[in-house]
Design a protein around this ligand. Structure first.
Ligand SMILES: Nc1ncnc2c1ncn2[C@@H]1O[C@H](COP(=O)(O)OP(=O)(O)OP(=O)(O)O)[C@@H](O)[C@H]1O
Length: 263
């Protein structure tokens, strides 16, 4: 079975959202990515990154503006169609979550289920393929709550893959992962050919992973573009209020950075 897919285009048009009209957490955000793009959203704590993601995967409805998938307004799609197109990997998971790893990954198939029918052979194939892909087959019968943070993270990515989405949206997918698993998960995501939108706090990981970078500050997208253009010492220093020093820029690639507190 092949996990590769085409991905979908995704766009935000003058997007605004907040829990109430006088508290806007996403302010007039516009961007557009094409199928197969990997957009990394960077920004300081509280900049509105997770709030923007929530708009993109239809958890909250924009107060103004719109989100489009392949030119279609996200809110004109049925919830089921949206769930088939977009898979989401978040941090939060209830502590009392009495399911096995196999159960959790199988949940990724729910948007693909026909009526009240049981799981098909195809469903099982996708689930086992996703478990194998994330090196989780040996944990299939374990209770999800007994896993380490890194193992849980891999299960949630496997659930997303089992869904056969065109777009995967992830909030800090490398949290809890050791450096090897961070690199493995980003390499895997990159190999899928899907459209990916993710937040990351590690700017140097973002350099290698992203085809597009966005920087958010105070609810606004202050920069958007290819990593080599957006990730400059000046922009990073400005956004994060630190001194960012660029190292070893080669052949038009974005450089790596080291950081220190600004005196
Ligand atoms: N429902 C809400 N009501 C009030 N304030 C909220 C609500 N949701 C988020 N906030 C606040 O809005 C700001 C942006 O939150 P958000 O989680 O989008 O930021 P973030 O960039 O993802 O931050 P982090 O990097 O710390 O995860 C934060 O100050 C947060 O406390």
């Amino acid at each position: 079975m092949n996990c590769r897919s085409e991905g979908s285009g995704l766009a935000a048009r003058s997007l605004c959202w907040g829990p109430r009209a006088e508290l806007m957490l996403v302010r007039d955000v516009s961007f557009s990515i094409v199928p197969g793009d990997r957009l990394v959203i960077l920004g300081p704590n509280g900049a509105g990154k997770s709030s923007l993601l929530r708009c993109l995967f239809r958890a909250v409805k924009p107060l103004k503006g719109s989100v489009e998938i392949d030119g279609d307004d996200l809110w004109q799609l049925s919830a089921r169609d949206a769930a088939r197109k977009i898979a989401v990997v978040l941090q939060e998971m209830p502590a009392d979550f009495p399911f096995s790893v196999l159960d959790v990954v199988t949940m990724g198939r729910i948007p693909r289920r026909q009526g009240m029918s049981g799981w098909t052979e195809l469903d099982r194939e996708h689930v086992h393929h996703a478990l194998d892909h994330l090196d989780l087959a040996h944990l299939a019968t374990r209770q999800f709550t007994t896993l380490s943070g890194g193992e849980k993270q891999r299960v949630l990515v496997a659930r997303a893959l089992a869904q056969e989405p065109q777009i995967v949206i992830l909030d800090e997918p490398t949290n809890h992962l050791d450096i090897r698993h961070q690199l493995e998960i980003l390499t895997l995501l990159r190999s899928l050919g899907l459209t990916i939108v993710t937040t990351l706090h590690d700017i140097n990981l973002a350099v290698d992973f992203a085809t597009r970078i966005a920087i958010m500050q105070d609810g606004r997208m202050t920069c958007f573009g290819v990593p080599s253009e957006v990730l400059t010492s000046l922009e990073i220093s400005r956004a994060f209020s630190v001194t960012a020093t660029a190292h070893s820029k080669v052949d038009g690639d974005a450089p790596r950075f080291s950081f220190s507190l600004t005196a």
